[in-house]
Design a protein around this ligand. Structure first.
Ligand SMILES: Cc1cc2nc3c(=O)[nH]c(=O)nc-3n(C[C@H](O)[C@H](O)[C@H](O)COP(=O)(O)O)c2cc1C
Length: 205
């Protein structure tokens, strides 16, 4: 049985574009994984605290189960148990919401999600064999076909750092302009195409 960990971070609980595209992804995932389990982590409903020096120090001391590590333990364990991750993020002020940044600060954790080889000091991500799917919604439009703020690249870098190398990215642009519905529709189309490509690869195998 596969597990999809769905992380949402838009504070808009009514008509968020990243959440609507996420719903579409989740629905298509469920039809392909009828026995699968979806775990929801909603960062607008349960806001992670800022990382403190005390918690950060506890990461390297490895004192698992300690009160200071409660939030990190829970969030990391959800990631470890997931086969696939769906991460929805709006762009706020050229970056991810501060709630998502706080989440990231709790899951980038030495000896749980990444480690250094004691001899070579080469870093290695510890979350292997997982696929992540990122949905980024923004009011702005692309510049020369590229993301104007680098949020997709940032999130991909974070996931890669923890060992998650398979990352699919779906971007929604122009959500604050007239005709914003077309941005949502094209991201839904891209998500549908992605699932079709997986179906096709399975048929070929
Ligand atoms: C506080 C705030 C800051 C924003 N900053 C940006 C920005 O820097 N760049 C941008 O393209 N859009 C920006 N927007 C627009 C949002 O990215 C847009 O409304 C997006 O659709 C939000 O995602 P959601 O629909 O999933 O809630 C901002 C919106 C808010 C509320």
């Amino acid at each position: 049985m596969k597990t999809l960990l769905r992380i949402d971070s838009s504070f808009n609980l009514q008509d968020s574009f990243s959440r609507q595209a996420g719903d579409h992804f989740e629905q298509l995932w469920k039809t392909r994984n009828p026995e699968g389990k979806v775990v929801h982590r909603d960062l607008a409903k349960t806001i992670p605290p800022h990382l403190t020096h005390k918690v950060y120090n506890a990461f390297s001391l490895g004192t698992e189960g300690e009160h200071a590590l409660e939030v990190s333990d829970e969030l990391v364990s959800e990631l470890e148990k997931a086969d696939e991750i769906l991460l929805g993020s709006p762009v706020y002020n050229y970056g991810v919401p501060s709630t998502l940044k706080a989440y990231i600060d709790h899951v980038i954790r030495i000896n749980r999600t990444f480690a250094y080889d004691p001899k070579t000091y080469i870093r290695k991500g510890l979350l292997e064999n997982k696929t992540a799917n990122i949905i980024v919604a923004r009011g702005g439009t692309p510049i020369n076909g590229e993301s104007p703020d680098g949020v997709e690249a940032y999130l991909e870098g974070i996931l890669n750092f923890m060992g998650i190398d398979r990352v699919n990215s779906f971007s929604i642009y122009g959500t604050t302009y007239e005709g914003s519905e077309s941005g949502l529709q094209s991201s839904k189309k891209a998500i549908k195409e992605y699932f079709k490509s997986i179906d096709h690869a399975k048929e070929e195998a």
